[in-house]
Design a protein around this ligand. Structure first.
Ligand code: HEC
Length: 232
């Protein structure tokens, strides 16, 4: 008996269902998402990474930082991310698809050997700290298992009496006669880290979002902010 048409129909049905479920449906749900206009500041969120931060994104990818660091804050109730203050909107709130609108590709990561970096640009705003940490993580976080990225820095001999280079790291007593200068890659990487801040308030991430009142609030309550969360 010729079962060709049946096999064809079965295969077609399986592929069509998969295409519908994995491609068409997500496209219909989130394919047309646009940046969100934050009314108070008139700014769009998210913004396209540009300039140095954009270059730094490539350095981040090339060095495999995503093997140890995630960029996804899980919702409350699905882990301790929010409690660790890894999300920060009008309150700590999980990541949503719109955060990744311009990420090509989104480096979500799958393991957390180190902390989530979604909001590192809000948490750590000190450029020198970030550079020093890249050069020698153990010097700032005792016992850190993060590898040092020394090849992103140049080690230069200094001449006594001469002023150190403008962007050299603070002098290290263990290295008399030398200075450590970040390369363009290190500077770009840090610019990228500083640009990582998903603090845009989005309607789809409203857990603790309370729309700022433009007119005096009609009612006042003593309820804690948690009372605004949707019931579970
Ligand atoms: C082998 C795993 C590993 C890799 C690869 C790695 N890290 Fe880390 N990272 C860690 C660990 C563990 C910590 C926490 C201890 C510390 O602060 O050093 C950390 C901490 C950090 C912090 C401080 C986070 C905070 O909340 O204070 C930053 C920033 C960071 N890493 C950036 C990077 C960048 C950029 C790269 C790629 C160039 C990278 N890491 C690669 C393991 C890793």
């Amino acid at each position: 008996m010729n079962q060709g048409p049946l096999v064809f129909l079965g295969t077609f049905f399986a592929l069509a269902t998969a295409w519908f479920g994995f491609i068409l449906q997500p496209e219909l749900q989130i394919g047309s998402q646009q940046p969100f206009l934050i009314e108070d500041s008139g700014q769009l969120y998210p913004t396209k990474p540009a300039g140095l931060a954009k270059q730094g994104e490539d350095v981040y990818r090339a060095n495999g930082c995503f093997y140890c660091h995630t960029m996804q804050v899980r919702p409350q109730g699905l882990g301790g991310d929010v409690a660790r203050n890894w999300g920060a909107r009008s309150g700590p709130v999980q990541s949503v698809s719109r955060d990744y609108l311009y990420a090509e590709p989104a480096m979500l990561g799958s393991q957390r050997v180190g902390p989530d970096l979604t909001n590192i640009g809000l948490r750590q705003t000190n450029e020198v700290w970030l550079l020093q940490h890249l050069y020698n993580p153990q010097s700032l976080a005792a016992g850190s298992t993060m590898p040092p990225y020394r090849y992103l820095f140049a080690k230069r001999k200094t001449t006594p009496g001469q002023a150190p280079s403008k962007d050299a790291l603070p002098p290290d007593n263990n290295l008399p006669g030398y200075e450590i200068v970040p390369t363009d890659d290190a500077k770009a990487l840090v610019a990228y880290l500083l640009s990582l801040r998903s603090d845009g308030i989005l309607y789809e991430a409203p857990t603790l979002y309370v729309k700022p009142a433009t007119a005096p609030a009609a009612t006042t309550t003593n309820a804690s902010p948690a009372a605004n969360s949707p019931a579970k």
